[in-house]
Design a protein around this ligand. Sequence first.
Ligand SMILES: Nc1ncnc2c1ncn2[C@@H]1O[C@H](COP(=O)(O)OP(=O)(O)OP(=O)(O)O)[C@@H](O)[C@H]1O
Length: 951
Amino acid sequence: MPEQGQQNFADEKNPTKPSTSADAPPAKAPKEDSNNDQAPRKSPHTNALKLSQDGKPKSSDSKQKNQPAGGRQTEEDERDSSHSQDGRARKSPKLNGSNNKKANTTQETFKQRRQDFGGRHNGTAHSKTPNTRADLERIAKGLEKTRMRLPVWLKKTDIRYDLRNHDVLLLHGETGSGKSTQVPQFLYTEPWCAEKRVMVEKEDGRKQEASVGGVIAITQPRRIAAITLAQRVAAEMGEPLSKGSIASRQPGKVGYSVRFDSSVPLGTKIKFVTEGILLQEMLSDPHLRKYSAIIVDEIHERSMDVDLIAGFLRNIVHGDKKGRGGIPLKVIIMSATLDKGGIEAFFAKPETRPDYVPGENYGKVLATHMSEDAVKLNTEEKFNKKPDTEVKGPIGKGNEKNSSQESDAPNESRRSSTDSSFSSWSGFSDSSAEEGSRAQPGTTENGTPSTKSGKADESRERKKTVPEHAPTPKGMIEGDISANGVAWQYIRGRQYEVQTLYEQQPVEDYQHAMAEMILRLHTEEPLPGDILAFLTGQEEIQALQAELEKYSAMLTSNVPRLEIKPLHGSLSPEAQQDAFVKVEKKFTRKVVLATNIAETSLTVAGVRYVVDCGKAKVKQYRPHLGLESLLIKPISKVSAIQRTGRAGREARGKCIRIYTKKDYQSMDQDEKPEIMRCNVIEAVLKMKARGVKDVLTFPFMDSPDVLYMEKALNHLYAMDALDLDGNLTKVGKQMSRFPLPATHGRVLISAADEANDCVLEVIDILSCLNTDSEVFLQPKSEEQQEAMDEGRSDLVRREGDLITLLTTMQQYCSENTNRNHWCERHLVSVRAMKLAMAIRRELRQKAVDAKLLSELPPADPQPFEPISPGKATVVMKTFLKAFIKETAILGPDGVYKTTSGKESIYIHPSSVLQGKRLEAIMFLQHVYTSKCYAKKVSAIQADWVAEQYGI
Ligand SMILES: Nc1ncnc2c1ncn2[C@@H]1O[C@H](COP(=O)(O)OP(=O)(O)OP(=O)(O)O)[C@@H](O)[C@H]1O
């Protein structure tokens, strides 16, 4: 459901920016998702699944056995299939395995293979933690061979060599080639990476001795990637990675730091961080003195934060380095879908590219992130190989007609070798075939050298062997060998190949098609081989999970069990980690249903099949309304390639795209950078807080629209964060130090004014607003609605949602028996409340540090005292200071009109004020679908608005 980004703490990509979480409306809510206006949901296999009298699925007709899954069209062939003309009516998959004898006899092999497959301690979430150094070393030893087979290993020497001679390296390597896990390990022992004591220049020009360097930071767009990569790298290095405060007292080389969770052992050399955390660190360490190198991973995502980081890094790289005592900061930019030319121009020494001007490059220098050729290389050419290399092994049988023959006559009705793999569920993979399918590093699957220069690269590799911990050996050139100062490496090949399949015809209902495909894969593909499916949001995931679980219960005993795991931003970190755990149960296949949170960086243990719906929720700013909306849109080619790359990481795999090849070809090359389509108020505040005087001349790869910048500057000025000269005021400085969206920070500061004196109340409300999911669970039926109305009657306040949230938090905290039961009774989310409590603790402490509170309040539980109407008015007026533009007045026609744009707006069904006719409202969020809904609504008076506008 598209909606305005909810401001929240735990947003994956940026802890201080609006969340993309969406909540399901109550049963009686109108259909909101205009982008998702589809026919009523059908069960998967309505055409297909035949149930016997006892409700169990019957086997479908034997013809089905030979049909390709969903009549897919591979990259190189089209064929007739079980599709009807409209491409939707696939025939039934067999839900009772056709090869149960093989299945039963191979269960032992399966068990064995699962152990070989990586074991428990491979850096994925696991149930048992190794205790001793010896355990850790054993695990690391076990992973060594796998590491050395990664394509990036062939480039180890080149990478080291380049960074001894350049400050910037662009690393373009295919998904799964080993960039994120191996590159920091190649570099942390390099001589330039040692910590040094030097004289640095302070902001006031005075000199002082300080430590510079010693640590490598690797930024990730999402917290889950930062955590799982740190776990993996720690496992590969035989290093401990404990949680919480113990971690900071224990020695170790690998750590991570994300919002609300960090593990940074003593002596950390490699630290995975989210982009937001690195920006936060720059507040106190603008020269990044702690670091010898910053690796910016997945730059293609072009989040607002990564664009800011790139600009700051460019300034450090080309600056005078006095703040670092003359020690250069190495910058490594990595992606599987890298815009090489554009980023190279951006980081090049300015004197070498006098024609290059940062700032207006989207669609020109910086577009596109990948050249068409590179995309081709990653997709079409890759799969256009000789059929025997493509289909041998566990997925295909390798004995059918080859696909190149078929591609000669694409319209003929025939089965390709690839299709055969969808014939029926047929037991377990053949390990020898599996081994055979492994693409050797540096070679393509048919054995030819994979790097562009092939043998030349290998001999260069031999010549330039740099032993660990060694100074530059003879023969290696010291000094800057590239005039523009930017080195570039390309890593071709991933460890295992992935075959891409398309729909033959556009699907009418992608959710239905996804369900059908998942079941089809499950019933026809051998184990092991988990499935990762990409959907657009939480509601879709929940609906599909319910559907699959229902069908799972109907599977006959000779078909593996299904274990469904959701993976989206609104889940707790623990619940997210659950999706990464290898399935321990026998004869079971894991199906992970994910949003684009899993699109880049991640290796989800066990996954061999990816099913991609081809869509995602995208945030869009409308400056004239001052509103931001989430819309479901087709993804870009770059995203499709990244999603495909989630398969083929532990074994060869398949990616099934629930769209046609034509759809793929018509996709945009890449996503417009966030900074060009979103509200930039957070970015402007961050720049100002880090000393950028003129934000319009900041070296952005792509500059936001001047109108967006002006809006942001005006808004900050209206909130007293900037003075007339555009300098940050005391209020602005305080705002930037709170881990909150700018508007929320402003409210908190106003709350401390003597006239308001409501800091604790405001913190309670902000804590609830900044969780990553809704505090109130939505009823799913009429009965639940009734139960909820009754259960929540003591929480609901006529002043609206903010005061209702305050009452909820206060009652929850006063509960001294069982808080979980309390949540259950009130249909309140236990998880959201736990997170809200963590945020509350942090905000209270920060409020004391910022002197907004004189001391910490007494510990809970405290007796509950309902807020008085007078105080409630004060609290709402405090919010109005930052949300004056988010107000609306009731018109004579009974419709609210926004005070800033005179747009019609309606109270969302989830609000306690829904259906109420009030003089005026203030809303903190909105959902823009078929019409504009206001969320988090408060009942206010029109003269408060006039007062605030100074009318
Ligand atoms: N948590 C993990 N569990 C199991 N294997 C892993 C894990 N993380 C990485 N690997 C293995 O290491 C390989 C390389 O992973 P890595 O993340 O370094 O690749 P990458 O080139 O950065 O990929 P991408 O561009 O998709 O982020 C994976 O293909 C997988 O085989």
